[in-house]
Design a protein around this ligand. Sequence first.
Ligand code: ADP
Ligand code: MG
Ligand code: ZN
Length: 696
Amino acid sequence: MTEKPKKQKNWLFYLVIVLLVVAVIYMMNNQPSGKSITYSEFQDKVVAGEVTHVKTVGNTVYIRIKDSKITEANFIKGKKGDFTTTFINSQELIEFMNDYNNGQLTSQNGVAPTEKVVVSYNLQGESLLSQLLPYLSIGAVIIVAIIIVRTIAETSSKNMAFGKSRARNVERSKVKFSDVAGSEEEKEELKEIVDFLKNPRKYTELGARIPKGVLLVGSPGTGKTLLAKAIAGECNAPFFSISGSDFVEMYVGVGASRVRDLFDQAKRSAPCIIFIDEIDAVGRQRGAGLGGGNDEREQTLNQLLVQMDGFEANEGIIVIAATNRPDVLDPALMRPGRFDRQVYINMPDVKAREKILKVHARNKKFTDDVDLENIAKLTSGFSGADLENLLNEAAILAGRDNRVKINMIDIQEAVNKVIMGPQKKSRVVTERDREITAFHEAGHAILHKKLEFCDEVQEVSIIPRGMAGGYTLSRPDTDDNYATLNKLNDMIASFMGGRIAESIRFGDITTGASNDIEQATKIARKMVTELGMSADLKFINLGSSSEVFIGRDYQTQVLYSDDTASKIDAEILKILNYNYERAEKILKDNWDKITSLSELLLKKNVAYKEELDSIMEGKSVKQIIANMNRKENKKKKQQEKERQEKILQEQKRLEEIKAKTLLALKNEGLLIEKPIEKTENKQILNENDKKDTKND
Ligand code: ADP
Ligand code: MG
Ligand code: ZN
């Protein structure tokens, strides 16, 4: 490993030498032959009558004198002369030669020339570029050499000095606390730290001990990295940012020395901040996980612990780390004197979601019907990253339609896209499948409506999306954290609606319900094994959630007897059967609603909350469709209006550019101000052009 870069280095070194030699030879070959003289020396020679031939190539003048060793033919062909010089002004040279040949210049002894000088001008023959070529090629060689030297330096610093930390100093972060919406308490806590780094004396004089380490804990997308960047943007202290996975890259034994190097660097530039993103990559509990390969990580973690103990609390270094898996972190990391302060960043609630939406709406335009408060209500369970993504998707949808503003339909579609992936309108669906899907989704939707504790249905659709053939989209309208037993039962029942509706309608069942069955069973199992919600087993944890697979252990441990296992199965079955019967009864009692909704779905593909309410009120499908069409027409007109507006705007912009250009031309005197018809105008412009070229 260590030898390879060395070899590479030698190889590149020789390449540079060869390139340089080639360049020098090239230049020597292209040097004009002939003694170089000044322009006035040249003029003297001409006037003295010594010169027989003059030839210019580019701005080099080749001069042949009487009794020259260069034959006339060779002189005319090649780039050779007895003397060479350069001129500045071609006009002047031509005039000078003309004057001489016309006998207007006399030599010192007053004798007019007997023989005229043969002149040939090739003013463009050798462009400036080709004259500069030798110099350019030197330049190129130097540039190549620099690049190569740099690459060598980089590869060697990567491969040879790989123990060096790769922390990036992101001092110039532009993120401010104002860009982080919601999470006010968290920001308050972190502002303290910014303040400490700005005025450490204020705190140390009071004898306060500032925490060495702050751990930001929160689900993915809640803005942990963003908050850390905001700290960097707010305080002027140096900010070293590194990701946990950087420590455990590539080579064995690198992680630990990287940690050491990082802290050395930090100590030299204190007061400063070290930010370790995704610390769980190094900070996992020691002595766990699948066999070998972990020594490396453990050494890194040990080194991190040693380093964090190695500096005093008020030395001016604050280590901030972020993770979404605090449960797998080694407890030693959390001990006082290390990451003793933890800041929990929650999923945003309604108000926070609205604020986050406002932050990301700052650079976007919306139609009047878009209400961020309303969107915030629709997006329970969305993280900050989801919300950012949502508005971005909506903007893309509007742009694709050539509209200038984002409307509510874009938003709705974007919500669906973020949750379930894009619509697959072009997927081939047979009429039979459509009908099955329509009844299946109608079954889910009507159950949602009829069951007391189900979330509000936002949209039912039989357009394929992601993996699903259709979908019933419901969003909670509150941010409630706890689910009640009743709600869990209703959720299970609603998952069964699809299968039940199919079996009632077609007298047969399909494969379309596999995901529903899986979800329902999962909830029922959790109720029995973890939530203590079964009649028979009550208050007991029999669980081994999937956590253990990713976390500390790699094997599920079964802590109960076979007897209990069969009891669990029986309890799960009981819950499922109870809900199946409930659901079946509700659907049978409301079969007219199912047929109406599936009819509507087959005709229009989607139904929103409003249409669903109409169906529950018992309105006829015809009437509902008429209403939908009316709404759609209105929207279409609105969109058409927007499109026209955009076209007008574009036209106006072009006119303005045109006017500006004309004005500029006028100011430059390139356009004669005279209101003439277009064709004539053109001619005048052309004539002007011609004049200009002649003047040149
Ligand atoms: P994490 O590191 O917690 O996984 P990030 O900080 O990378 O999440 O957040 C991803 C993106 O989500 C951010 O770049 C930002 O656009 C958006 N975001 C997340 N939380 C917020 C917030 N509170 N305010 C504004 N934008 C946010
Ligand atoms: Mg992050
Ligand atoms: Zn289903």
